[in-house]
Write a protein that binds this ligand. Structure first.
Ligand SMILES: O=P(O)(O)OC[C@H]1O[C@](O)(CO)[C@@H](O)[C@@H]1O
Ligand SMILES: O=C[C@H](O)[C@H](O)COP(=O)(O)O
Length: 940
């Protein structure tokens, strides 16, 4: 048997005397817990100095915290607390399982600068206890004379305490006294004593390191004293430990202790510390093998633990040779060695040994902190021409009313005046600070990624709608898969052809399915989850849940259902972060990390932008405010089509921006229409309703677009340019655009965080699905106006053939209108190209803006603007026969019927808002049908 496991037979617990972010993340600590019976972790300032100060593992977190305006001390505490929390969580199952054995603890020490400061220690001990906020943390407090009252007080307060830096027996007795007195104080206050845990850390190797050379010097002098000295070399530490254990047994027995025990108190176990051998002449396991005994702990450095695993011989030895131990300590004074004096020296020296590396660590954090503060955000160049004056006036107006402060204080009257609207705004401002929260969650997510890879997963499918999947779509297009990542697919459509494609392209049994839904009630992700769960059930039976992860808000029914289905993990997001503002929460970051992206750096960049937007106090220029004010003013002056121009790799940023901007601003007949994916054309084809935004990369030539944008600017169109350093700057862009969208909404006087008109389509779809459930199929409500070459046209315009219908439909276009293509089709390059061709021809002929989206994706995005924004849209909806339809398990309808109901439901909703609509049913083949329609289109 592995000696690390066998030692448990003797009731000794091995803890690890080390912590670092990599071992938390890469699964090493978890493996030691699961496979090697590891039962706790201790840290100290020197350990953190090594983990944090001597590595780059914490750099992005340090920078992110620095940008938040944190001091060096605060940065250290945040890093240490995050690691300790993560380790506590890994030990939590053990801690919860073992009600009496007092294991599963992780220790965090108060600052070494407080070694002689009672009040400071109490204050910091309580603060760390609250901040770590885990029942299985132990706060480490030095056993100095000033530390003793602090230990008593913390125990009385219910804090678990690891008493550190104990070197001598007399001090050990005082430590137990402080512990007992603390428990008694607590009992007197009528407070419970159960699970107030404490260990007394007796430091060993350092004793021999100090005393041995003294003994060796005397031994060298020879004679009787020399012989005595020689016999004591290497014995003093072990003798101290053995006698301390005898004291432990005596103190934790008898009436005083029994009174406390009767109230549920646990003993303060002895913990052997400083057990890494420092003398090459000794066996490396000297301070491990010789100190095994019941109800003790040994905290062991990594190397010693590994040696013990290889050749350790566990057996109870702690009570062997007690007479000799007494003899050793009794005879020491004969040699002129006063052990108490020496241990007092060790205490002072011990404090120094923690203080020095800690000081260096602080210096290294300080350097990194200062460097972080010199970083600047990616600039935005705004060429607004004739609109500049109006935008400047708006910025002035916002500054006059102290907008930035009000914004950060969530003053909802900056947006709307009704109480319900203001309440909704205040409840959805969590995105402002979610990046800060997520900095502390990076280790947890990265550890999860390692767990998934270790479990043998080969692919990830993220399933959800709108804001719950937009960020992963952007990441996948903007980044290569990271070297440590897994391939990722995103499913955000009920189109059966697409579901089939994804199913065929992944190794099902080795695929991790993430069901991402904030509300946990959105019909599509629940259907995707059910579909793939049924598939996995066929393959893995009751273990199907291992392949499923949920990201959702706490308390939803989905949480209950996913738990019942045995999902391997449920990430609980934040109710105060809305879907389209969730890119920098678990929704964006869990998929990003699985795909292999450095999420710490993404957050760091986001926080840089938070800083620039005034999150931490006054700013000279606020990019989010400026951009939002400009977009708001431009839209109010008729420039309401935000035309996004990007290099290919950023094409999908358009999807994210579309959702953010359209769903936030498109309401009450107002709004900004994002126009993405429209190829830039000649100046002559644009109306006066555009603002062009170029988002690209610094130093990357995009000659065609640049030249055209210059011409557009010269022709009087506003042009905004943002050049990122690299794709990680998307962290900044998410944040910039979120602020800008919120600010533009304030300019319009609307609530950016609701989507009142999305529901209209959902309600209509629900009604239709009820008909399907009762009658077996969708009702055919309207009659076609034309049917030609297998393509059928439905509209309120009339005409005797396809060309006439199309002509009449497009004849309704007025300046400032837009064409909206809604494709409820399988997304393929050929279909997309046909849709682009249609856009090009309409743009050329009518000079109106054109947008295009696949359904039902856009329903959770631009769908809000279509119904809630101004009545300027001409909507062309495409459907087909769903040639590759697919059954939905446990339901009476197929994916295809579901999708048709969504299309029909949205059409009904659009018509109820009197929008101009044309439905084109393409028959069996979408591509062929589109070509047929294009052939009939009477536009050049
Ligand atoms: O994450 P959920 O709750 O499933 O919602 C998905 C999407 O649907 C909407 O609520 C509205 O369509 C979006 O705002 C949201 O991102
Ligand atoms: O908690 C215990 C201490 O971290 C540790 O054992 C100190 O050991 P050292 O003497 O090797 O520094």
């Amino acid at each position: 048997m592995n000696p690390l496991v066998a030692i448990r037979e003797f009731d000794q617990s091995l803890w690890l005397d080390f912590i670092s972010r990599p071992i938390l993340i890469d699964g090493k600590l978890q493996r030691r817990i699961t496979d090697e019976a590891l039962r706790g972790v201790t840290s100290n300032p020197a350990i953190f100095a090594k983990s944090i100060g001597d590595s780059t593992d914490y750099d992005s977190a340090i920078k992110a915290l620095a940008l938040q305006g944190k001091t060096t001390d605060e940065i250290y505490t945040s890093l240490a607390v995050a690691d300790v929390q993560q380790a506590c969580d890994l030990f939590r199952p053990l801690y919860d399982r073992e009600h009496t054995s007092s294991d599963g603890y992780v220790s965090l020490e108060v600052s070494p600068t407080l070694v002689n400061d009672t009040e400071g220690t109490i204050e910091e001990g309580l603060r760390l206890w609250k901040t770590v906020d885990r029942p299985n943390v132990m706060i480490k407090v030095p056993a100095t004379l000033e530390g003793l009252p602090a230990i008593r007080r913390l125990i009385a307060e219910g804090v678990n305490v690891n008493v550190t830096l104990i070197f001598g027996l007399e001090r050990y007795r005082l430590v137990t006294e402080a512990f007992l007195a603390g428990l008694e104080d607590r009992a007197q206050a009528g407070l419970p004593l159960a699970r107030i845990d404490s260990v007394a850390s007796f430091f060993l190797s350092r004793i021999d390191v100090l005393i041995d050379p003294m003994l060796e010097r005397i031994a060298a002098e020879g004679g009787e004293k020399g012989a005595l000295a020689q016999s004591l070399v290497g014995e003093v530490a072990l003798a101290s430990a053995k006698l301390a254990y005898q004291m432990y047994k005596e103190i934790f027995s008898g009436p005083r202790w029994e009174a406390l025990q009767a109230q549920g108190a646990e003993t303060q176990r002895l913990l052997w510390a400083s057990t890494g051998n420092k003398n090459p002449k000794y066996d490396d396991l000297k301070y491990v093998e010789n100190l095994i005994g019941p109800k003790t702990v040994n905290t062991v450095p990594v190397e010693t633990l590994d040696i013990f695993r290889e050749r350790g011989k566990p057996a109870v030895r702690l009570e062997e040779g007690l007479d000799k131990a007494r003899e050793v300590l009794r005879r020491l004074p004969e040699l002129g060695i006063n052990l108490e004096e020496q241990t007092n020296f060790l205490e002072v020296d011990g404090a120094k040994k923690f203080n020095e590396p800690f000081g260096k660590l602080m210096e290294s954090i300080e350097k990194k902190r200062a460097a972080a503060l010199t970083q600047t955000v990616v600039a935005q160049d705004m060429q607004l021409g004739q609109y500049q004056a109006a935008v400047d006036a708006k910025i002035q107006e916002l500054n006059d009313k102290n907008f930035t402060n009000g914004f950060w204080d969530k003053k909802a009257d900056l947006w709307v005046q009704d109480e319900a609207g203001q309440h909704s705004i205040r409840s959805f401002m969590g995105w402002l600070r979610v990046a800060e929260t997520m900095v502390g969650r990076v280790p947890e997510i990265e550890q999860f990624v390692n767990e998934i890879k270790a479990a043998g997963f080969k692919h990830v499918v993220v399933m959800g709608m709108g804001g719950s999947t937009m960020a992963p779509i952007v990441f996948k297009a903007a980044f290569e898969q990271g070297t440590n990542g897994l391939p990722m697919s995103v499913l955000d459509t009920t189109d059966p052809g697409t579901v089939r494609q994804i199913e065929a392209s992944v190794p099902l049994a080795e695929t991790l399915f993430i069901v991402a839904s904030k509300s946990g009630t959105t019909a599509e992700p629940l259907a995707f989850g059910d579909y793939f769960y049924a598939k996995l059930k066929e393959l893995k039976g009751d273990k199907a849940g291992e392949n499923f992860v949920a990201i959702t808000d706490p308390g939803s029914k989905f949480v209950t259902d996913a738990t019942a289905a045995g999902y391997r993990r449920i990430f609980l997001n934040f109710p105060e972060v809305g879907g389209r503002f969730s890119a920098l929460s678990y929704f964006g970051l869990v998929p990003a990390a699985l795909y292999g992206l450095p999420i710490g750096e993404l957050l760091e960049r986001a926080i840089l932008m938070m800083r620039a937007c005034g999150a931490y106090g006054a700013v000279e220029t606020n990019p989010g405010l400026e951009l939002g004010a400009a977009l708001g003013v431009l839209a109010e002056q008729g420039r309401d089509k935000l035309t996004l121009v990007v290099p290919n790799s950023l094409a999908d940023l358009g999807l994210w921006l579309e959702q953010l901007i359209a769903e936030s601003t498109g309401k009450e007949g107002k709004g900004i229409l994002p126009v993405a994916g429209e190829p830039l054309g000649d100046v002559s084809i644009y109306g006066n309703d555009r603002v062009f935004v170029y988002v690209g990369y610094e130093g990357q030539t995009d000659a065609d677009n640049t030249a055209r944008l210059q011409q557009l600017q010269q022709a009087g169109h506003p042009v905004i340019t943002i050049l990122m350093k690299d794709a990680l700057d998307l962290g900044q862009e998410f944040y910039r655009w979120e602020v800008a969208t919120a600010v533009a909404s304030a300019v319009f006087g609307i609530n950016p965080f609701d989507q009142p008109n999305v529901q209209a389509a959902k309600t209509a779809t629900d009604g239709l699905m009820k008909v399907v459930e009762s009658q077996g199929s969708l009702p055919e409500k309207s009659q076609p106006v034309a049917n030609e070459n297998g393509v059928t046209y439905y509209s309120t315009v009339s005409g005797s053939n396809a060309a006439e219908v199309l002509k009449a439909f497009f004849a309704q276009a007025r300046p400032g209108d837009f064409l909206c293509l809604q494709a409820y089709l399988t997304e393929t390059p050929a279909v997309s190209e046909c849709l682009q061709e249609l856009r090009r021809r309409v743009q050329q002929a009518l000079h109106i803006a054109t947008t295009s989206g696949y359904g039902p994706r856009f329903l959770h995005s631009t769908g809000q603007y279509h119904k809630g924004g101004p009545d300027t849209g001409l909507f062309v909806q495409f459907t087909d026969d769903n040639p590759q339809d697919l059954a939905l398990p446990g339901r009476s309808y197929t994916f295809g019927t579901f999708k048709n109901a969504q299309a029909l439901g949205d059409l009904e909703a659009l018509q109820s808002y009197h929008r101009r609509t044309l439905r084109v049913h393409l028959g069996k083949g979408a591509e062929a049908g589109l070509k047929t329609m294009l052939a009939a289109l009477p536009l050049a």
